[in-house]
Design a protein around this ligand. Structure first.
Ligand SMILES: [Mg+2]
Length: 299
């Protein structure tokens, strides 16, 4: 029988801590150097193709990369991200001058505000129910993205210093993967890269949102100052702060440097109880600075 969300949650809730410290690690864009190739070679080209943005491709690309890689919206669900990208695109003067028709996102936004989880299957079901043609370009885009991901995403590497950091944690903390990737894919990818042995359990998308994943694992088990999340997106930060834990950012664009920083000083501070306060605040400032909410063309 297939496991339900409740089954997945119960597995996490029933684990017995082996250590005083908990470390949650995001996978995509944090441990794996996957975001650039995924967005630049898969999501963005299909955005231009499926939404017929060829005449404004330069601006469409800038908008896509800003939303998904270099802003506070990094790590958003694909349907939230595409609505945001189109709303930024349609107000650009260059796009207005070129008279490019930008698809209407009102129905998509209305659907995404009342739906959870926002999956391609859920959108396809909504289209079947309503036959609203405004959904069509987003469904086509999502299908094309999945096909491109399958074709292109091969041999995605670990960031340098990931293994060194996980080695430094060995025997000192309970390490869990906290990710919105399917659990099966997490287990496979971490095993293929020789790092699954560092992990107690992979919490994938089946468990629910990241804040819920962390809650299921840590509630009534770990002191909040002994909970650390390592991630690359504002969603990772929010998820751990919802549980009063600590955050170490793998700052986008400077991932090598931050994994090294984690291995050489961040972990020692976490285990010594000197992470919270000034040290964490300076990390969070740098993280926010690297992921602005105003696009460069508006500054
Ligand atoms: Mg990530």
């Amino acid at each position: 029988m297939e496991r339900t969300k409740a089954d997945y949650r119960n597995i996490l809730r029933s684990h017995e801590p082996q250590k005083e410290f908990f470390i949650g690690v995001d996978s995509d864009g944090c441990v794996f150097d996957s975001m650039e190739v995924k967005h630049k070679e898969c999501f963005c080209p299909m955005f231009i193709k499926a939404l017929k943005l060829q005449s404004v491709s330069k601006f469409a690309r800038q908008v896509w990369e800003f939303v998904n890689l270099y802003s506070q919206f990094r790590g958003s669900n694909r349907f939230i991200a595409i609505a945001r990208a189109l709303s930024l695109l349609k107000e650009r003067p260059e796009v207005i001058k070129r008279k490019c028709r930008i698809p209407d996102t009102a129905a998509l936004e209305e659907w995404s505000a009342r739906t959870n989880p926002l999956t391609p299957a859920a959108l396809a079901a909504e289209y079947e129910r309503t036959k609203n043609p405004d959904f069509r370009p987003f469904i086509d885009w999502s299908v094309e993205v999945n096909r491109a991901v399958k074709e292109i995403m091969r041999g995605v590497p670990l960031f340098p210093f990931v293994k060194e950091s996980l080695d430094a944690v060995k025997g000192r903390a309970d390490v869990f993967i906290v990710s919105q990737t399917p659990t099966e894919a997490l287990e496979r990818e971490w095993t293929e890269n020789g790092i699954y042995q560092y992990v107690r359990y992979a919490a994938g998308q089946e468990v629910g949102k990241k804040a819920d994943q962390i809650r299921c694992i840590t509630e009534d088990r770990y002191d909040p100052e002994k909970i650390l999340m390592i991630g690359d997106s504002p969603g990772d930060l929010k998820a751990v702060k919802a549980n009063n834990g600590l955050f170490f950012p793998i700052v986008p664009g400077r991932e090598d440097e931050y994994w090294q920083k984690l291995a050489e000083e961040g972990l020692d501070r976490f285990f010594a109880g000197t992470f919270k306060g000034e040290y964490e605040n300076s990390l969070l400032e740098e993280f926010a600075h690297c992921l602005p909410d105003i696009p460069p063309w508006k500054r």
